[in-house]
Design a binder for this molecule. Sequence first.
Ligand SMILES: [Fe+2]
Ligand SMILES: [Fe+2]
Length: 290
Amino acid sequence: MEKYYSRIEIFVLADDYAGMTKGFLAQHGVSYFIRLYRDQGEKTSILFDTGYDGKAVLHNMKLLGLDINEVDYIVLSHNHYDHANGLLYLLEKRTKKTAIPVIVGKGFFEKTITLKPMVRILNPDWPRNQAESLGAWFIETSEKLEIMPGVSVPGIVKYDERLEFEKEAPEYYIVGENGFKTDFLEHEIALVIESSRGLLVFAGCSHPGIASIVEKVVNLYGRKVYSVIGGMHLINADELRIKRTIQKLRELGVVKVFAGHCTGLKAEKAFLEVYGDDFVRIHTALQISI
Ligand SMILES: [Fe+2]
Ligand SMILES: [Fe+2]
């Protein structure tokens, strides 16, 4: 595999779990700051998701010695508030006044709700034009998009492409002018970084199923996935689904699993049993160096 980056650093700015940290703020959400170093010392920074509370994300960023002005690209995994709402506050606090590319999956701007246990809006609170007025330059894609050499989003995983055991019962809905229809979260995108050890796959909530996402990446890139990092959305999964998911990730050659957010305690225990020291529970302020 071609070596694009001499070092990759990942800082967890938002996760549901605080870990044993001092002064950092946890929240229901995901936000990772990813810094890529090239041999010559140049670096590029990517923000993957923005959590719900941008204020808490920025607070953690400062404690880690990171600067929002350093971010070159933002990738939003999907349109749920716990991943995208923090964007507006972070844009407000950005003093650099150049436009910033914000990569999202096609369908990101649909209005979405859940019905259980009551009607709840799932979208972030900000309207698109407000984010745009603060410099967000949205790029919507359903196909693979290379952001820069060795960094890309693999495109969406269609419902039909998913592994059978990851096809869930309807839980979310898209609200349109003629009523509402099931939202299969087809617009969720992952982020893929090519490291010298293999591909790193960042997943926000893994609504399409983490095994389906990783299988798509392996087929599309023709390379092994070294690590998956993110929320695995197994919090309500039964034991059989958890078992089959871990089996499939093993079969696909995944070496290291960093799981947090919506993975759930049962799945974390199962990952730990199979992966041992190669399983890491994500917490706010966790730093990973690859
Ligand atoms: Fe979600
Ligand atoms: Fe989530």
